[in-house]
Structures are given as structure tokens and as C-alpha cells.
Ligand binder design. Structure first.
Ligand code: SF4
Length: 179
């Protein structure tokens, strides 16, 4: 298992790769394409005694929204079921953290060679609001990001104030004064 919760099978001869995919009954994974590479979710309330929210369930829903969708660059999500943040949510393009009041959404994080802690976009959201907000943020990035530009560099280039004005100010469940 990789840190991104992907399963890596190594040592398969090239001519056998297609057969392995067929036996698994899965579509071929995209290793380098500009799309959602993974949604990393901690066990949350499903398993963990510290869990405050169902991070695993939300992670599965978020992943399902973006299957086979093209974006300006690869995009990673991290969903954590409590503020201990085992899903590394502040260092993912899209991060979500649960607590006893609901969910916090974070955007523009990156853990790579030029790391960036993402901006907190909204707090105390319901699951439905998280899904709506993530879709709005990703659509904004899809429309305005340059090819190959990860969200961390995108937020640095356009500025978080522009995201507030263009996206967040239009959303009734977000209070800009709290950001
Ligand atoms: S973030 Fe919280 S709920 Fe998730 S695995 Fe870590 S301690 Fe458990």
C-alpha cells in the first residue's frame, strides 16, 4: 500500500499487465494523467475511536465525483475524521477535516518539493455542503488553472482573495468574515 492508499503490484511482466487489470475487474488506473490521482481518507468513525466524522464514506463519495475527469494537473484529496488529521488534509490540493461541529474544507495544499499549507476555505459544514463546495472549487480551478499548474501554485498566482470574491462570496452557507 502506498502513502496515497493505492495498491502497487510490482514485478509483473509487461505482456501480463492487461490480464491483471482484467482479472481485477477494474478500469486502468491513471498514473500520470492530469486528473484526481487519489483521495486519501483515514478510517474516521468507521473504525477509529477518535473519529468525529465519517471520513471514509465522504472520501469514497468525493472520489466517485471525479472518475475519468480531466483537470489542469494532477489533484490529490485528503479526508480526515478528526483534527488529528491523519489524512494529511492541509497538504493536499483539496483537504477536508471533521470535528464535532462538522467539516472544514482546505484548498491549495501540497507536500512536494515546494510544500504549501492549504487555505482554510470554510468551517462547520455539513457533508452536502462539503461536496457542493469542493465541486465549486475544482470547477474554478478547472476553468482558470494553467496546464500543469497544481492548485498550490494556482492559489499563489490568482490569490486567495480572488477565490473568495469569485467563488466563496456566492455561497450562502459561507461567512466570509470567518475566513
Ligand atoms: S484523523 Fe482522527 S479519526 Fe482519522 S485516523 Fe487519525 S485519529 Fe482517527
Amino acid at each position: 500500500m502506498t502513502s496515497g492508499q493505492r495498491m502497487v503490484l510490482v514485478g509483473i511482466e509487461e505482456e501480463n499487465v492487461e490480464g491483471v487489470w482484467n482479472e481485477l475487474g477494474m478500469t486502468v488506473g491513471q498514473a500520470t494523467a492530469p486528473c484526481v490521482h487519489y483521495v486519501q481518507a483515514c478510517p474516521g468513525t468507521a473504525v477509529c475511536r477518535y473519529g468525529k466524522q465519517d471520513s471514509l464514506g465522504l472520501g469514497i463519495e468525493l472520489e466517485g465525483l471525479y472518475l475519468d475527469q480531466q483537470l489542469p494537473a494532477k489533484l490529490k484529496m485528503g479526508v480526515s475524521g478528526c483534527p488529528r488529521c491523519c489524512g494529511e488534509s492541509y497538504l493536499r490540493d483539496v483537504g477536508v477535516v471533521g470535528d464535532s461541529k462538522g467539516w472544514t474544507v482546505i484548498f491549495g495544499g501540497n507536500s512536494g518539493g515546494r510544500p504549501r499549507i492549504g487555505n482554510v476555505v470554510a468551517k462547520n459544514l455539513s457533508k452536502g455542503e462539503v461536496i457542493d463546495l469542493v465541486q465549486r472549487l475544482v470547477q474554478y480551478y478547472r476553468s482558470n488553472g494553467k496546464p500543469g499548474e497544481r492548485t498550490a501554485r494556482f492559489v499563489e498566482r490568482v490569490g486567495f482573495d480572488a477565490i473568495k470574491q469569485d467563488v466563496l462570496s456566492l455561497i450562502p452557507y459561507i461567512s466570509l468574515k470567518d475566513l
